[in-house]
Design a protein around this ligand. Structure first.
Ligand SMILES: Nc1ncnc2c1ncn2[C@@H]1O[C@H](COP(=O)(O)OP(=O)(O)OP(=O)(O)O)[C@@H](O)[C@H]1O
Ligand SMILES: [Mg+2]
Length: 238
């Protein structure tokens, strides 16, 4: 069977500066896959390139077997690859509901939109309670849930998250990951996430890749990586 996402020999960067030096990655339908790595390794660049916000200089990005690397970003969202950006980027002066509606832009059928909104509210009841509140009045954790909810409004086939734990207190990080677990068990959604919180990421994901200086240094099942000496020393402080 074709993987849902297949990336081969991907090179990308900013202007003349290459950040990704030929990375390859696969995500099967239903999997949760994590990309780990230190500051500046190129994790966000990888997600941005997959989303079409940064351009691939070489290589191939296949979604369900079809090349997407030449598509404009909105078409990539339309094809089902939706990203929750780093630092969330919600619209602070719009209400929670208005933020969610922005996420539904790729969905045409109004009935479909309402159905999806209902699903998001069921998953995150807090968003229903706060539907009319300006997004800026939400706590950091609630804003992260909103950012995830907004991405879900686009009906992703593959949800990509850039450091969902960033800037959140440990208890709130737990809540966000609990919500992601619920989302997976409720819908079987395929997830690709980038994370510096290696402990959380390996706890959540089925498999992971370790990005170092724009190349994958290591990959394996989360269980394998948790027991890997390099990972334990470099990331888990053991
Ligand atoms: N818009 C940009 N223009 C030029 N260089 C950039 C830009 N964004 C990132 N870079 C550079 O690309 C490299 C990779 O950055 P990237 O943000 O992808 O790393 P990251 O792994 O996401 O790091 P972090 O963990 O800090 O989020 C870094 O050297 C960074 O300085
Ligand atoms: Mg980043």
């Amino acid at each position: 069977m074709k993987p849902l996402l297949q990336v081969d020999k991907l090179r990308a960067g900013y202007g003349a500066v290459e950040v990704l030096h030929g990375v390859g990655l696969r995500v099967e339908a239903g999997e949760a896959v994590a990309v780990l790595g230190p500051n500046g390794a190129g994790k966000s660049t990888l997600l941005r390139t997959l989303s079409g916000l940064a351009r691939a200089a070489a290589g191939e990005i296949l979604l369900d077997g079809a090349p997407i690397q030449a598509l404009p970003a909105h078409r990539i969202v339309g094809a089902g690859l939706v990203q929750v950006p780093e630092a969330r980027h919600i619209f602070p002066y719009l209400t929670v509901l208005e933020n969610l509606r922005v996420g539904a832009t790729p969905v045409r059928d109004p009935a479909h939109k309402e159905q999806t909104l209902e699903r998001v509210f069921t998953l995150f009841p807090m968003l229903r309670d706060k539907a009319k509140s300006p997004a800026r009045t939400l706590s950091g954790g609630q804003q992260q849930m909103l950012a995830i909810g907004r991405a879900l409004m686009g009906r992703p086939r593959l949800l990509m998250l850039d450091e969902p734990s960033l800037g959140l207190a440990p208890r709130v990080v737990e809540e966000v990951y609990e919500a992601l677990r619920q989302l997976r068990s409720a819908s079987g959604l395929t997830i690709l996430l980038v994370e510096q919180d290696v402990y959380q990421a390996l706890d959540f994901a089925d498999r992971a890749y370790v990005l170092q200086n724009g190349e994958f240094a290591l990959s394996g099942s989360s269980a394998e990586l948790r027991n890997n000496d390099t990972i334990r020393a470099a990331y888990l402080g053991m």
